[in-house]
Design a protein around this ligand. Sequence first.
Ligand code: BG6
Length: 450
Amino acid sequence: MKRIIIQYGGTGDLALKKLYPAYEHLMEKGDAFEVIALGRRFSTRDEFLSEIIRKDAPSSFTDHLDYLYYDMSGNNAVSILTDRLKALCGESDEVEFIYYLALQPSLYEIAIAQIQQVDNQLDCICFLTKKIVVEKPFGFDLESARRYNDILEKAFTDEEIFRIDHYLGKEFMQNLLLMRFHNDIIRRIWDNRTIESIEIIFDETHGVDQRLGFYEKIGVVRDTIQNHIMQIITYLTMSEPATLTPKDIAVEKEKVLRAISPIEEFHMGRYESLGANSGHIVHTPTYAAFKLFVNTYYFTGIPIYVRTGKMQQEAKSLIYIKFKNATKQVMHDDSIAENAVIITIHPELTIDISMNLKMPNTSWKSKPVRFRFNQSETFGANTPEAYEQIVEKILQGDKSLFPTMQEITESWRIVEPMLKDNLPVEVYPIRTLPRFAESLAKENGFTWFD
Ligand code: BG6
């Protein structure tokens, strides 16, 4: 069967930075598929290739990469796409179209309507199967997500729809589940009897950069909190699924999302503009910090503190799980540190367990020491990028790395109060932590893990 990925947003940031490298690796590994990039930036394939594809890209990739100047609002958009797809199908009698929408959510409606028309015209030329891939954020808020979904589900079956959150393709996410559910010792300590608090820190050094046009309409809540952060929370706190199959995992994740209490102490900021002449004046929030609780039996009472955003001094992505420290009282020694599990995602994937052990040449003095797992030291540096894993699953028709519509709906419900227009937005100088993130920690009696 011939497989063709129809790449909407084919000259956009996501396609260039993440998708084309993923396609290239998969094709090099031997996965057979064609890609047709749709865009308005270039008029010809040659121009597209010479402007944005690496000069030394292997022919195993470029031979399978086509380009079509495509203006969705043009009068004859549908017939232009239909003709090109017909040509790509050639004489094949079995073809799969994978429509990949890397677009602003507001363009979904028109894209899907056009896809339906293209499909109708092509159905007769061969045996046609189809899939549709939609990028995050899916929708703009709860109402629009439901509306887009209705449109999507009228045109595609659930099996054919792949809703993306590329964090599910990340090794650390998959490791979280295995670390929790393949280790008896971890299972026994992973609940509110033992855990005191959780910090999730996602600081990025870059700004919105070339994505300004997209990001301005989105902002930090839709960009990372509604999706990546909510998914991380589900993986950290879900109960054991009956099996590690997509359906069973989804059941448990949905329970967690439904148990999340209203967000507390929420604050947002945007970084100071880089100057009128830089073309980089950001009006939308780029940083946020807040606290929430997952009110399930085993997690209620554990505060989860989140901070996430752009233009920070240091790129730091980590999850800090702090355990209760009864030992301090029991041993009458305030210097005894708490135990902790630290999952670092950036700059490299490591998992540390912090324990107190004896300092040599002391009389009963302990010091926290770390036991470390380092992904690349243990397994080599060849772990596939998230998007590679995601695209591979799409090609295979395996839905294990995709959030369900119920998860997406619940996540919108949780973040909806943070989307109101009239919320205050603090301006923070670039490379500094917004003041509200410091205050959140201070008011809750902790300091962010460093
Ligand atoms: C994307 C967001 O989904 O995730 C970006 O749109 C963010 O703003 C990015 O920078 C972070 O992903 P990663 O894979 O670089 O951690």
